[in-house]
Design a protein around this ligand. Structure first.
Ligand code: ATP
Ligand code: MN
Ligand code: MN
Length: 375
């Protein structure tokens, strides 16, 4: 039997959705370096390089033991010359000059800072960089450049850039559930995103909401947000109603297969008071003023009809790379189209799925539990 540190590359499948990828793994110093280069490539708009570095990092996360010799990389899927060179450099010197150069560059540091702001993507960050802006203070002096979302992102930057902990996610779940059940008894609220994959901290909290009776869930979010607002818990919100109609034709399904889905949703910043008791205002007491002692937290709410729930759950659990790989596998290996709404043969309706397991089965894949999707 091979020891844990021996790696048999022949046994590692090429797609991340065919592998078990735990949260904690054996190659952190390599994956951090490769993820930095992936991120930097993304800042330059090089999507291809971003994905190459990310795939290589993801392969290392799935290995049963640490890489201790560059020869172990031979035969690993998705490992190109550049990624191999970085690993070799780290093995020999404990540091990669290329990665250090990137991390210390003004460009990387500024792009990292700007894209960390809620509502700021690479395009906007790049535009600001080219205009000579470098710091949050620079942005605050130029408020006309900011939309409402970015303005909220900067106002709450300190809270939002610190991690959300699991117990805080649980506390927010109780508040959201309270509001959802008041508006629609029998609805369910499921924690998705990184926390469902077992992460202990995250950049936001993601919830998926549904109801056992198809159609009952429609229009839920405005009512829920209204309720939370009356409790003084909403610092920012942007609600979008669903637009399934856009998804009717296959062309739309294809173009949307890797992008944003069509569910009713809300991207928000909620106020989490320090004292958990202030989350349960007594009946008849009326809305409470938020105490100063607390924290702003990014919360995503998504509402799916029960018939699409399994697809929405799979799509919102991530990781982002795991999702990308699932969709690539469906397309390239099964000639099917997967998104957060369904799994489609060309020109056909979605295959039905009552659970995530059903979807893996349709694709001929071994079921991968959420805790093993940290690709
Ligand atoms: P973190 O701890 O940083 O929040 P995360 O894995 O939860 O990590 P998110 O950005 O919250 O990251 O995304 C969670 C999942 O939801 C991802 O798998 C992503 O594919 C999916 N997702 C995020 N935004 C959208 C969107 N606008 N439309 C569809 N799916 C999305
Ligand atoms: Mn998340
Ligand atoms: Mn999210």
């Amino acid at each position: 039997l091979p020891t844990r540190s021996q790696v048999d590359p022949g046994s590692l499948p090429a797609y991340a959705c065919q592998r078990h990828t735990p949260l904690n793994h054996h190659n952190l110093c390599f994956t951090e370096a490769l993820e930095t280069l992936a991120e930097a490539a993304g800042f330059e708009g090089s999507q291809g390089r971003l994905i190459s570095f990310r795939r290589a990092a993801s392969v290392l996360r799935a290995l049963p033991g640490p890489i201790t010799n560059v020869s172990q990389l031979r035969g690993l899927p998705c490992f190109g010359d550049h990624s191999s060179r970085i690993v070799q450099e780290l093995l020999e010197h404990g540091i990669s000059s290329e990665v250090e150069r990137v991390k210390q560059s003004e460009r990387y540091q500024t792009m990292k800072l700007f894209t960390q702001i809620f509502g700021v993507g690479v395009k906007t960050a790049d535009k600001w960089y080219r205009e000579g802006l470098r710091t949050l203070e620079d942005l605050q002096g130029q408020t006309r450049k900011l939309n409402r979302q970015q303005e909220a992102g900067i106002r709450h930057f300190e809270d939002l850039s610190s991690s959300v902990w699991r117990h805080e996610a649980d506390a927010i779940q109780r508040v959201v559930e309270e509001a959802v059940w008041q508006v629609l008894p029998g609805a369910s609220v499921t924690l998705t995103g990184g926390f469902r994959r077992g992460k202990l901290q995250g950049h936001d909290v993601d919830f998926l909401i549904t109801h056992p009776v198809e159609g009952q869930e429609a229009g839920l979010i405005p009512k829920v947000m209204g309720l939370l607002e009356s409790q003084g818990l909403v610092l920012y919100q942007h609600t979008q109603s669903n637009h399934y109609q856009d998804f009717k034709d296959l062309e739309h399904k294809v173009s949307q297969s890797t992008a944003i889905d069509a569910y009713e949703r809300c991207f928000s910043i909620l106020w989490l008071p320090k004292s958990p008791t202030s989350f349960h205002p007594e009946a008849g007491e009326g809305p409470k003023e938020p105490s100063r002692d607390g924290k702003a937290v990014r919360v995503d709410l998504v509402v799916a009809p029960i018939s699409q729930f399994a697809f929405a759950l799979l799509g919102w659990t991530g990781s982002q790379h795991f999702e990308r790989e699932l969709r690539r596998f469906s397309r390239a290996e099964k000639q099917m189209l997967l998104n957060s709404h369904g799994l489609y043969h060309p020109e056909k309706e979605s295959l039905p799925a009552a659970s995530e397991e059903d979807i893996f089965t349709h694709l001929g894949l071994e079921y991968i539990a959420p805790e093993q999707r940290n690709a």
